[in-house]
Design a protein. Sequence first.
Length: 154
Amino acid sequence: MPRTHHYATTVTWTGNLGTGTSGYRDYRRDHDLTADGHPPIAGSSDPTFRGDPTRWNPEQLLLAALSQCHMLAYLHLCADNGIVVTDYVDQATGTMTTDGTGSGRFTEVVLRPQVTVADPDTTDTATALHDDAHHVCFIANSVNFPVRHEPTTT
């Protein structure tokens, strides 16, 4: 039976330099992301769009969410299938294209999980479980662009 889950976050703009958005160059893109019980995340726009390069931007956070979701789904499936994962690192990349109107969209994300398993005999099954993880990842199921996987298992 389907269940509904609800999430709440707060984004607070902190970039008013005293004159608000009186001009495109007259404000910072800085903001804080918060949720009850969590430390704040310092956010901004991508430096290309006048953002602070020391803060997380929405594009990075989307990529991180896809990577996190895949990892968590994958680890769950490995545990259910008797695969003992001892290390997991994903160096994910995303491609976004902008058009002449100032709009844009992600066109692809590639996840590159490097997984270490305890038993070498489980390597093939461990690699195959990435496809299953993709199909149960909530975030991957919610986006309208391809999310590819290039896993390495040792």
